[in-house]
Design a protein around this ligand. Sequence first.
Ligand code: NAD
Ligand code: ZN
Length: 349
Amino acid sequence: MNALTFQGKQHISYTKIPDSQLLHDTDAIVKVTLCAICGSDLHVYHARETGLDCGTAMGHEFVGEIVALGKKVVSLKKGDQVLSPFTTNCGNCYYCCIGLTCRCVQGQLYGWVQNGLGLHGGQAQYVRVPLADSTLVKFNQSVSPEEALLIGDVRSTGFYCAHQADIQAQGVYAVVGCGPVGLMAIIAAQELGAEKVYAIDNIPERLNLAQQFGAIPINFTQQNALAIIQEATQGRGVDAVMECVGSPAASRLSFDLIRFGGTISTVGVHTSTQFTFSPMEAYDKNVNFKIGRSPARYYLQQLLNNTPNSPYDICQIITHQFKLAEGAAAYTLFDKKQDGCIKVVLRNE
Ligand code: NAD
Ligand code: ZN
């Protein structure tokens, strides 16, 4: 079979890899119909996270059809249309039971193979899914395959980010970073009742979409985000910030924007080893700080149920479509944010 494989720093190729096979009775094989490139794939693409084997199939955002099942899989059948969170889940461990599915003790991240061990990704013709019963979720025609694809990661991550921000109707909020995840956080914050959400970025197309989704755009290279927000809140700052970037600058801005007792909900992936604010500053602000990987699996069914009733068309973030075989060019475009690119979908044709 063919897959988009990691070949080293900034080098993705469409190459042949061994066919996906059932290795355990609890596995399923999914024929991928649609997959997407995620901001998180760029950490791998730029080899910021070292140790990935060359030849690893990339990606963790995919939907498709079940084509093979291990003997112990009970809730799925061949032909089912399924989506997946970006990690596998056992459904039984302490963390799965408390809803922190991203920390499942048996969880594996797709697209991560090191020294021959791990799990190939979903930017491929087929993908092996371990723990299929508790990882995959079926979807029907009430959502489009594109919606299901977004629900698997960016929609659920944006929703988690907003959920962690403890949204109240009268509150004032800011989303820092209006990439796919931030745009989904804007939508989620409003679905959870927020009436006033500021959207901070410096890419005009993204800010335009944020505005179409009901947020108040702030271009941080042209406007003073802190001054605007202070003026809008009698000098207090926002009740919560949803940080969807993953950089020290975004982290510091988030800290500066919140009021005393406010909340920073961070889903941006951070790789630095220091906080951008000191314990003393955090103490002096009575800050609530929440950070981490999204427990996507926990939110999937709820979001499959809610998305058809949402007033927002989440698929507006999909700006580009490519064939899977053309995925290397898609990576370049997505990485460089060329041609107004926000989200790229790849079709397995
Ligand atoms: P993206 O790179 O498309 O979006 C980031 C946006 O932030 C860009 O539009 C950029 O212009 C903007 N930005 C950069 N610096 C900024 C600053 N200082 N202030 C305001 N905006 C700034 O990425 P994405 O796909 O939307 O993902 C966002 C982050 O979320 C990434 O770090 C990604 O790895 C992470 N992520 C985390 C999870 C999780 O489970 N926690 C899941 C998916 C993605
Ligand atoms: Zn588990």
